[in-house]
Ligand binder design. Structure first.
Ligand SMILES: [Zn+2]
Length: 245
């Protein structure tokens, strides 16, 4: 972190890894060396100075990652083949995909993020940007059909349309995304993602029965553990229900 605040006392920055910027003698900064150590249990990348007390430099053990192997962390599952090739391929469009990966993620999101941030802190006017919220972070899901006056569909609403229209809407919202990559991700989602499929199913029913009132219900796991994320159980899912004819 670069210390630039007016009340900053540069003499407080000291230690082994301090450098002074050559073009500005008025501030020093810490340059952290690479993470060259590895936890022998969970394989987390660590700084050697993070090792447990009384653990030797030559054979370090770590407790801040997995409590010296007591916590077993399951390996991250490999992504589907379509995503894996985008993440690892050398094709120029794949490289571009990785540069714009957040835009691709956003354009396929079914819901927007909702939170009540503390605006006094998260104003970016002074100090380090701090994001503090009151209450829970949640997902915002709008109405199934775009309301009157809304220019174009957003988030889950895009999934109502047929494949070509979905591509058009996504490219209208974010013009710089590669059409063939959009198509690959979209095809995979429509073939595999339960939420995307349920919306497509509901849209099909609406076309056949325009008067029907449908709702999409997402049922989550009933056992709540507020201290950790609970993976959806078999009983959870996403369903299209008729509420009234
Ligand atoms: Zn570990």
């Amino acid at each position: 972190m670069v210390a630039r605040q007016s009340n900053f006392d540069e003499s407080t920055v000291s230690g082994q890894h301090v450098v002074r910027a050559s073009n500005d003698v008025n501030y020093r900064r810490h340059i952290l060396p690479g993470l060259h150590a590895e936890c022998p249990n969970c394989k987390a990348k660590m700084w050697i100075w993070e090792r447990a007390e009384r653990s030797p430099m030559s054979n370090p053990v770590f407790s801040t990652c997995c409590s010296k192997g007591k916590v077993k962390i399951p390996a991250i599952e490999s992504p589907p083949e379509v995503i894996l090739s985008l993440l690892t391929g050398n094709d120029q469009s794949f490289v571009q995909f990785r540069r714009s990966i957040r835009a691709y993620n956003n354009i396929f999101a079914l819901a927007s993020n909702g939170a009540d941030p503390d605006r006094n802190l998260a104003n970016g006017r002074q100090g380090v940007y701090t994001f503090r919220i009151n209450g829970n972070i949640h997902h915002q899901i709008g109405p199934f059909l775009p309301p009157n006056g809304q220019e174009r569909p957003r988030f889950a609403q895009i999934y109502i349309y047929d494949r070509e229209m979905q591509i058009d809407h996504r490219r209208t919202i974010m013009q710089n995304l590669d059409e063939s990559i959009l198509r690959r991700i979209q095809d995979w989602l429509l073939a595999n993602n339960q939420f995307a499929q349920t919306i497509q199913f509901a849209a099909e029913r609406l076309r056949n029965e325009p008067e029907a009132e449908l709702s999409i219900r997402i049922s989550g796991s009933t056992s709540q553990n507020r201290r950790q994320y609970t993976a959806p159980s078999v009983r959870s899912g996403c369903h299209c229900l008729r509420t009234r004819k």
